[in-house]
Design a binder for this molecule. Structure first.
Ligand SMILES: [Ca+2]
Ligand SMILES: [Ca+2]
Length: 482
């Protein structure tokens, strides 16, 4: 279960000031990119509050109930509580219509691929629900089924299921027809699920708009084809990933949105033991924002464009992500605010590693207009790192990288900032005094230099525990406010 013991408020109110899009360099060649797809740098930028208001909430009381039980029958059942169906796949095919909640009773369901296709609505979604509590209904692919749940259409909610043991994706969210189809606004919600031991990415979305991924426990991809990720998005516009526990994924990342993705917001996630790959620099990170040669813009891979736009990453806690906490690979207009790192970026086996936040040189366009403020990092004597962040993209079209008010400390090695201003007096090399980092508690102790020393950031109005910011005399650095 998700160990993030905290009060989670769905209606978190965060308002973001409008940010202007950064268009590609005018020297980039123009491309025929299809008539129904807007460019990632042209799409509207939604704040958290604007975006979350578009998704179905957690009150399912008005929906029609259909029941599935391990004691039910697909042949003689009718989906009623007294005569339930036996399999999720059959229940979805028989009764998976808008305004329905498929209530799956406790037990393990050995399923082949469950394809969910429906055009529901915000107030009448189609919900798959673990009826006896999160994790009680288990969908088991027995490492035979390829993709376990495949979603297309609109307003489909997967709530509380444990999903495990497949050779493909655990949950895949894709367009109905092709990348140009006009129904690309998905509004899929993946909440309270436990997804693990998938063959490929645990939660995969591609070529869609609007997905909300919250309160999930996602881990242990089996990496059957390549190093894969807890959450992966290709050419996804408008997503919120929050309050997830992303962990124990070895060489893969906790999360990775790329391929011309835009307006993706990551906050209040706990990311532990991800990105330990030493030979795949792209994937070795807790979070990977953008990526290598990954610009697909919903059709072809165009290396001339950046991989991600408008990535907002705040209040996340990173523990033991060996290659890097965050990799910013070909991302533009992105903000890295108030994250806390413990024992990340200590693997120095690659040129660009040994770094808490990496901004390496990708195959396509380098990163630009990156803001890095109010972050904290501490590594103990056994996990020395070389620098807090470093920009390696010196030979390409690197835009501005702004930073300040970060505090770092390494017990075991000489450390530095490396770029561009090591004398910035707001940035300090002092111990942030995390309370109990070995127990994933990175809340600064009383007297920490992180408290009341942060930069005021008008779009960061809560902390990792959903406490309002600021408290006390000023904003704090790191994920917590006090
Ligand atoms: Ca992947
Ligand atoms: Ca404060």
């Amino acid at each position: 279960m998700n160990p993030k013991v905290k009060l989670f408020i769905f209606g978190t109110v965060i308002s973001l000031f409008c940010r202007c899009s950064l268009t590609p360099d005018p020297n980039y060649p123009s491309k025929n990119l299809g008539v129904k797809t807007e460019a990632p740098w042209e799409t509207k930028i939604y704040s958290v509050s604007e975006m979350e208001a578009l998704f179905p909430g957690t009150n399912y009381s008005g929906l029609q109930s259909v029941y599935v039980s391990t004691s039910g029958s697909d042949g003689s059942g009718d989906g009623s509580i007294s005569n339930p169906y036996r399999t999720v796949k059959y229940a979805v095919s028989a009764k998976g219509t808008p305004g329905t909640i498929i209530r799956i009773k406790a037990g393990t369901y050995q399923e082949s691929t469950v394809n969910i296709y429906a055009y529901a609505s915000k107030n009448n979604p189609l919900v798959l629900y673990s009826d006896d509590g999160p994790g009680q209904a288990v969908i088991d692919g027995q490492n035979v089924t390829e993709n376990l749940i495949v979603i297309s259409g609109q307003y489909i909610v997967i709530d509380g299921l444990e999903i495990k043991n497949c050779t493909g994706y655990g949950i895949g969210v894709f367009p109905v027809t092709d990348e140009y189809n006009p129904e690309k606004d998905s509004f899929t919600v993946i909440r309270n699920d436990i997804v693990h031991h998938t063959g490929r990415d645990a939660v995969k979305s591609a070529h869609i708009n609007f997905i909300l991924i919250e309160n999930n426990d996602i881990s242990q991809v089996q990496h059957l084809q390549q190093y894969d990720d807890c959450i992966d998005g290709v050419a996804v516009y408008h997503s919120i990933c929050r309050n997830n526990y992303l962990h124990d994924n070895g060489p893969g990342t906790g999360g990775y949105f790329k391929g011309g993705s835009a307006n993706n917001i990551w906050y209040n996630n706990l990311i532990v033991n991800c990105g330990d790959s030493a030979d795949r620099e792209t994937y070795g990170a807790g979070l990977n924002i953008g990526g290598w040669g990954q610009f697909s813009w919903r059709d072809n891979a165009y290396y001339e464009y950046p991989s991600a736009y408008e990535q907002l990453v705040f209040n996340n806690v990173f523990i033991n992500c060996a290659m890097a906490g965050i990799t910013i690979g070909s991302a533009q207009n992105s903000q890295i605010y108030n994250n806390s790192f413990f024992n990340c970026g200590y693997n120095s086996s690659h040129l660009t590693s040994g770094t808490i936040i990496r901004i390496p040189e990708p195959d396509n366009v380098a990163s630009g207009n990156i803001q890095i403020f109010n972050n904290l990092a501490f590594n103990d004597a056994s996990h020395p790192f070389k620098q807090f962040f470093k920009d390696f993209a010196v030979n390409k079209k690197t835009g501005t990288i702004s930073h300040g008010y970060n505090t770092i400390y390494s017990e075991g090695a000489v450390i530095g900032w490396n770029y561009p201003d090591p004398n910035d007096i707001t940035e300090t090399i002092t111990n942030p005094m995390f309370a109990d980092p070995l127990s994933n508690n990175l809340k600064p102790l009383p007297g920490s230099p992180a408290i009341d020393s942060g930069k005021t950031l008008s779009n960061i109005l809560i902390d990792y525990e959903s406490t309002n910011r600021p408290l006390g005399a000023a904003y704090d650095r790191g994920a917590y406010e006090q």
